[in-house]
Every structure is written in C-alpha cells, then in structure tokens.
Design a protein around this ligand. Structure first.
Ligand code: ATP
Ligand code: MG
Ligand code: MG
Length: 406
C-alpha cells in the first residue's frame, strides 16, 4: 500500500534520493558542438546528466551541459580520462579516437553506438566498403592512391568525377569535383594529396537528396523518422523539408535501405542515413552518421519525440518515443555564416529578426564564439498546416515573396 511505501522511503531518504527521476547515469558526449548542445537541451527536460568533452572551453554545448570538460576527443588520453566519469559514452561527432573507444569497450566501458560503428563510419571509404559488402545500393566507388589509379577511375566512371577525402569530412570539406582528366592533379592537390587518403565516387545525377533517421534501442528494436528531403548548397545542407514530397513506394524503399544500413552497424542511438533519389526512382546510400544529424533538427518542433531525446532514450535503454510528425509540415533553414566576423553577425541578426515575426518559426542560435563564412551558426524551423504554408513562410523569411498563406 501507499502507507507502507511512504514509511519505506522515509526510513532511507538518502538512498531513495539517488534513485528518483528518469536516470542518474552520467552520459558522456564526445564533442560539444551544436548537436551536443541540442542533446543537452533535450536531456534537461528529464534532468539527465550530460557531460561534454570538447577542446573549446566556450563551445556551443559548454553552457548547457551538466559539466564541460576541456579536452580533445581525438586524443586517447583525454578520452580515457573523460570515460572514467561516465556511465555511458556517446558521440556528437564521428571524428573521435575510435581506437581508444574500442580499447575502452574491452575494459567494460559502455559505448553507444559501439566503437566499431564509429570506426567504420569515420573513414568514408571503409564505410562504403562495409555497406557494399552488406548489399546496400550505393554509387560506384574506388580507392585512389596515385595519378594512374585516379585516371583509371576517370576512365571507369567518367566525368564529372567526385573525389572525396576518406577522413575528417564534413559540410562538403573534403569533396571536390574533377570535370576532366586534366583537372585530376589540381583537384587531388586541393584535397591535400593522395597521402591524406582519397577515394572517388561515380557522379550521381540525383533528382532529390533524402534522409532517414533511424533510432535503435539497446534491445535492438528500431523506429524510423519520416523521410525528409535535404537541399544542399555548395555541398552544405541548406534546407530540410519534412515530410519529403515523394511517392509512397519511394518512402518505403528509403526506409528499407536505411533500416538495412543501420542493421549492419552495432549499438544504440540515432543514425542518419543520407540518400540519393535518381531519375529512375532508384535510392542509393550516400553516407551514414552515427549520431543526431542536421536533417533531424526539425524534429525538435515537429515530432512527438525529437531525435535528440530519442538518442538519449536509446543509449540509456529507456523506451523509444514516437518519431512521427505532430504537425503536417515543417521546414528547416540553416543559418550559415554569410561573411566572416561583424558583417556576418549583422546579416544573421537581420534574418533572426524576421524569423521572430513569422508564425510557427523557432530560432536556434548555437552561440559559436566566432562567425565564419559558410559555418553553421544556427537554424530556423518553421512548422505549419501544410507544405505550401511553410514554404511561403520561408520565402517571407528570405524576403523572396511578401504574401503568406494563413
Ligand atoms: P556531411 O556534412 O553530410 O557529413 P560530407 O562532407 O561528408 O557532408 P558528402 O555527404 O559526401 O559530404 O557530400 C556532400 C554533398 O555533395 C552531398 O550531400 C551531395 O549533395 C553531393 N555529393 C556527394 N557525393 C556525390 C556524388 N557521388 N554524386 C553527386 N553529388 C554528390
Ligand atoms: Mg559526412
Ligand atoms: Mg553528407
């Protein structure tokens, strides 16, 4: 009875204190960028304790985490020291010391997703090899080690030819396009030369880019977020539309491929699967992120459970939440630095000022200490009653159009 429960709790107040609430497990996040910041925001609702590791003292997550540790997530010693204070270790960036994570795992440290997943994914070439071995459809690719193999790739795949760095890639940094054989040397040099590790991909003339976020709990059950369309500008994610405007069978195919891809990786958490939709309705995998992703920012305002809360639920072994949309349509616009320094801040402030006057718009500002051209500084999500309404509200935000549908 409740009487007995009351007397039991009052006899051991200290003991009971520690078991109150959702979870007392200390969650360690490698990385303290905007994704880490939004994980902290999601965690704060349930009073989860998130500690972050990032070399920058004033990184975006630092002011919102339970504790911020200044240290490099690429440095094995720093990661080992950090892991000691954590009950579960996760990442908001894949460019961490994966070898150290594998060692920590052998020592019994709980990494979610698993270190093997981070290791496979952080090298985009090994990621491609892994997915092709698992029969996931993807553009043809090939490792290049010297000019002869690059020329061979050009003969096999034709031009334009996409050349990619194997490691440390993000926001298209690490990608370059060769338009003809004569470009190869300069393009390779622009990526730091062959010694940095390069591979090529066949150019995919996609009609749309899609993304599916898959959440997997510790018991292996999975849930998918609705398929979204991502629009890139200069290789950087620019706009995300939810849900994607594609036929039902393409949605099903995208979700099947995303689930199969994530099914080939180990561990709990959310995973973003970036896809290309081709003219002939094929869906090819571009890449997977083993963490929350830019294409899921909209879920904070548009879904019952955001990708950030979902990631925390997944790694803690809590029940997964409902990933479905609670609004008919959403659109996310990345606030990219338009200029370095003061000029960039001025332009971003003008955009934010307009967003604050738009119905259904929510402003996210990451509080990065430095403004730089093309850097992701924040984002704006607009929710509304239909696709056309959220699009016209985005046009209003961008001042392309002055009429807004109500
Ligand atoms: P992210 O910030 O998503 O991690 P990244 O630096 O790893 O980006 P990719 O995802 O490899 O870069 O590529 C960035 C963009 O470049 C893609 O979203 C797509 O628009 C374009 N792209 C990549 N590969 C190809 C390809 N094989 N053919 C045509 N376009 C491509
Ligand atoms: Mg990438
Ligand atoms: Mg990408």
């Amino acid at each position: 009875s409740s009487m007995q429960d009351d007397s039991a709790s009052s006899s051991h107040p200290q003991e009971m204190m520690t078991t109150y609430g959702v979870s007392e497990i200390i969650i360690g996040v490698l990385g303290g960028g905007q994704l880490g910041r939004m994980l902290c925001q999601a965690g704060s609702k349930m009073a989860l304790k998130i500690v972050t590791l990032d070399p920058m003292e004033n990184c975006p997550a630092s002011s919102l985490s339970y504790q911020h540790v200044v240290g490099n997530f690429k440095d094995g010693d720093a990661v080992c020291e950090f892991a000691k204070r954590c009950g579960v270790l996760t990442v908001e960036i894949e460019h961490v010391d994966a070898i150290t994570l594998e060692k920590l795992e052998q020592q019994g440290i709980d990494c979610q997703p698993k270190a093997s997943t981070i290791r496979i994914i952080q090298d985009k070439y090994s990621q491609k090899v892994h997915f092709s071995q698992n029969n996931i459809p993807l553009p043809d690719f090939m490792e290049i080690n010297n000019l002869a193999s690059a020329e061979k790739a050009g003969e096999l795949f034709g031009y334009p030819l996409m050349i990619k760095s194997k490691r440390l890639a993000y926001d298209g940094r690490g990608n370059a396009v060769a338009h003809r054989k004569e470009d190869l040397t300069s393009i390779v040099n622009s990526l730091g030369g062959f010694e940095h590790g390069l591979y090529v991909e066949k150019w995919t003339p996609f009609v749309k880019e899609l993304s599916v976020i898959v959440a997997r709990s510790r018991d292996g059950s999975t849930l998918c977020y609705p398929v979204v369309e991502t629009v890139h500008k200069d290789n950087i994610c620019h706009v995300v539309e939810a849900p994607a405007d594609i036929p039902e069978k393409t949605k099903k195919l995208s979700i099947d491929i995303a689930q199969k891809a994530v099914g080939s990786l180990e561990g709990a958490g959310v995973f973003a699967v970036e896809l290309f939709l081709t003219q002939d309705s094929q869906v090819l995998l571009n890449e997977v992120a083993p963490r929350p992703h830019n294409s899921g920012h909209h879920t904070i305002e548009s879904c019952y459970t955001s990708q950030y809360e979902q990631h925390l639920r997944a790694i803690l072994g809590l029940p997964l939440g409902d990933p479905s949309l609670k609004t008919p349509a959403a659109i996310m616009y990345n606030i990219l630095g338009e200029a370095d320094g003061e000029e960039g801040f001025k332009l971003a402030n003008e955009l934010i000022g307009r967003a604050l006057n738009i119905p259904g718009a929510t402003v996210h500002w990451y509080d990065k200490p430095e403004m730089r051209k093309q850097r992701k500084m924040g984002h704006i999500t607009i929710v509304g009653p239909s696709k056309s309404v959220v699009k016209s509200r985005l046009n209003l935000l961008l001042q392309k159009d002055v009429t807004v549908e109500k």
